[in-house]
Ligand binder design. Structure first.
Ligand code: CUA
Length: 167
């Protein structure tokens, strides 16, 4: 079979690029185990409470320093569990003083959920088996709606909560 010279060149170039691409993906995914940077820590999906952060008493807002807070929560269809309020009712609104540095730390019990605090830069994907973290400074007062932005089932649109940043 006779191939035109340019045809040969492009065939080699095409095959070469494909192999290089597969090599890069392969090395990245399987050899180096590359994951999105927010999912560095894994968690046992069947035993979330084995992790200190997700034990019932540690859910919700915890002050760690004068203007530093940690917010632990567990997502599940179709709810964010921030623990309970003073009356023992599930907390639907968390409150943070303005200007605080907040570390959100979360995981999910079932499927992939989102965690977006509308109007801020907080936007995480919560994946089963991983702990997601995001740190930010809440420097605007107001009430911000927390929404799930990953379709997670029939109740997806009912999955919300809120953050109040107060003066
Ligand atoms: Cu949870 Cu959509």
């Amino acid at each position: 079979m006779h191939l035109h010279k340019f045809e040969k060149v492009w065939l080699i170039f095409g095959t070469g690029s494909l192999l290089l691409f597969l090599l890069v993906i392969g090395v990245g995914a399987f050899y180096k185990g590359t994951h999105p940077s927010s999912h560095l820590e894994t968690i046992d999906l069947k035993n979330i409470e084995s992790h200190e952060a997700f034990q019932p008493d540690n859910l919700g807002v915890t002050q760690v320093k004068e203007d530093q807070y940690i917010v632990n929560f567990v997502a599940s269809a179709f709810n964010y569990d921030f623990g309970v309020d003073d009356n023992g009712k599930p907390l639907k609104k968390i409150r943070i003083p303005k200007g605080s540095t907040v570390l959100f730390q979360a995981t999910t019990k079932d499927v992939i959920h989102g965690y977006q605090v509308a109007g801020t830069n907080v936007n995480m994907m919560l994946e089963p088996g991983y702990i997601s973290r995001y740190e930010t400074v809440m420097d605007e007062t107001g009430e911000f709606t927390i929404v799930c932005n990953e379709y997670c089932g029939l109740g997806h649109h009912q999955m919300f909560a809120s953050v109040e940043v107060y003066e």
